[in-house]
Write a protein that binds this ligand. Structure first.
Ligand code: ACO
Length: 332
């Protein structure tokens, strides 16, 4: 196989988000489990979340978000040769949800596969797609984070069921040839990605089922306080790592788009880094934690309302079960 000597970088061509219609408020939850709006807002910042309708699947949410991202990019099915979809709640154990989305979008070229890194799924998927593009193996990539977490929640467990929601977000990456001498943080596109995992902490956040272990889907289990502690430390470290790798300081960043787990985690991380909280895109109050969907959903919302604009420097970061965590620095 011959490979061109041209170097490519991934430029963001479009983004899109999709949330199911049904909104579940804290007040409604308080009628189902022993909790209150005050407790949920004070401990997490969450006021409401969206829940997929009966029969509405992860692939449905992903399809809508992807369609919007492709429309914004002005690209059609023939322009996409790679789909990488982050999810912990696939429609089925197999085929990959990415393959279902591919078929529904009318895409017949290239590869489509899922990535399992829970809440870091989108950042992992973005890193993989970026590396395919850099290697010259993709010209147009669809990166998706999509979840129906409501399907794996134990709705009698107040320590978890109040925190999560359903949704999907998508980003289209287009390969652009890197011009001679075109490097550094002034160029458009994905500037760096950094991924990490530490499987020693898997008992702090997991699902108590699976095809190989119980032959069931299982429910989310979490030691919240411990996850919180690790999240603030790891997220601050991964942001510093991205800044150092690009010779930047926190002041150079226009926006941080973090995984939306808990308002206190977002504020704690910003404080640790000395980042102005006004630069942190926050959607956890109205989306809850949508796992792999949260970063692209927040990104799409901030593009749609005009906060994130072309030319700006945006840092995406996430942490999730595994533990997994990572960052992506992009110039829009
Ligand atoms: N309503 C009312 N009371 C509750 C609820 C609830 N929904 N849930 C727990 N409580 C009670 C507990 O039982 C406990 O009672 P006790 O003191 O009598 O034992 C008390 O509230 C305090 O519980 P803590 O767990 O200590 O509360 P904390 O302040 O740590 O907040 C929370 C809990 C919100 C889960 C927090 O720890 C957190 O957000 N952790 C991060 C977890 C996370 O974000 N996970 C998402 C996936 S991973 C990721 O995305 C990074």
């Amino acid at each position: 196989m011959t490979r061109s000597l041209t170097r490519f970088r991934s430029v963001i061509a479009g983004v899109g988000g999709y949330l199911p219609d049904r909104v579940l408020t804290n007040a409604e939850l308080a009628q189902q489990v022993d909790t209150s709006d005050e407790w949920i807002v004070e401990r997490s910042g969450i006021r409401q979340r969206h829940i997929a309708a009966v029969g509405e699947l992860t692939s449905d949410l992903a399809f809508h978000a992807a369609s919007r991202a492709m429309a914004q990019a002005g690209l059609g099915p023939d322009d996409i040769d790679l789909i990488v979809l982050g999810t912990a709640t696939p429609d089925q154990t197999f085929p990959a949800t990415a393959a279902k989305v591919q078929a529904r979008l009318g895409i017949t070229r290239g590869a489509a596969f899922d990535i399992q890194a829970v809440c870091s799924g989108f950042v992992y998927a973005l890193a993989v797609a970026d590396n395919f593009i850099k290697a010259g193996q993709s010209k147009g990539a669809l990166v998706i984070g999509a979840e129906t977490f409501s399907r794996i929640l134990d709705w009698t467990d107040r320590t978890t069921c109040v925190l999560f929601g359903d949704g999907a977000g998508a980003m289209v990456l287009r390969a652009e040839p890197e011009a001679e001498g075109d490097a550094g943080a002034t160029q458009r596109g994905v500037l760096s990605t950094h991924l990490h995992a530490d499987g020693r902490h898997q008992d702090l956040l997991y699902v108590d089922g699976g095809p190989s272990s119980t032959q069931t889907v299982g429910h989310v289990r979490m030691v919240g306080k411990e996850v919180f502690r690790h999240a603030v430390v790891n997220l601050a470290a991964v942001v510093r790592e991205a800044l150092d790798a690009n010779g930047l300081t926190a002041d150079d960043i226009d926006w941080i788009v973090p995984h939306q787990a808990n308002q206190r985690i977002l504020e704690g991380t910003a404080r640790k880094l000395g980042v102005d909280p006004a630069k942190v895109i926050m959607t956890v109050d109205h989306h809850g934690n949508t796992s792999a969907a949260s970063v692209p959903l927040a990104f799409a919302e901030a593009v749609a309302d005009g906060r994130i604009r072309p030319g700006q420097l945006v840092l995406l970061e996430a942490m999730g079960g595994g533990f997994t965590w990572g960052s992506a620095l992009v110039r829009v």
